[in-house]
Design a protein around this ligand. Sequence first.
Ligand code: PRP
Length: 181
Amino acid sequence: MEIPNSVEKILLDEETIAARVCELANDISADYADDDGLILVGVLKGAFIFMADLARRLNVSHHVDFIALSSYNRGTANAGAVRLIMDTRTSVTGQHVLVVEDIVDTGYTLHYLLRTFHARKPASLRSCVLLSKPDRRQIEVPVDYLGFEIPDVWVVGYGLDCADRFRTLPYIGALRREVYE
Ligand code: PRP
């Protein structure tokens, strides 16, 4: 596959991602082996590819559902505030909820999600996140299943975007600075 000029380098190639997704799915399958009612909640749009690959690797019965959020512009007085624009279709009360995210950056989004789902009284609540940028964290959030820690660079592909571009690249690449600055 051709690498767009905007991508400076590949951080995680397809094989590396696939192997880690498989490991995460095995860990999750083992942990939920005795539980009924696992719901994976994918956070749109970024998690759609990770969610699809992870869900298909699980060996435990589960349902999938999705939620969509909008973050207020970073750098404004509202930075960190998150708004729910599409909720799950199913009720999560009494179910085992696993929130599936592509990336944790400041932590505000995952913090909002965990607080929101906690209030709905699930049987259990955990998070599975493909990428974490620890250097960017503004608020501490628990990540129960983590794919990779990455440096503070703008990453695209495998669901992640820059102005809605590059989401369907099969690898995770670092964008050239001049593309987003
Ligand atoms: C990204 C990502 C997370 C969030 C993480 O979503 O998918 O949901 O940012 O950032 P935070 O830790 O600083 O809150 P984005 O707002 O880019 O929307 P998208 O998933 O539709 O691309």
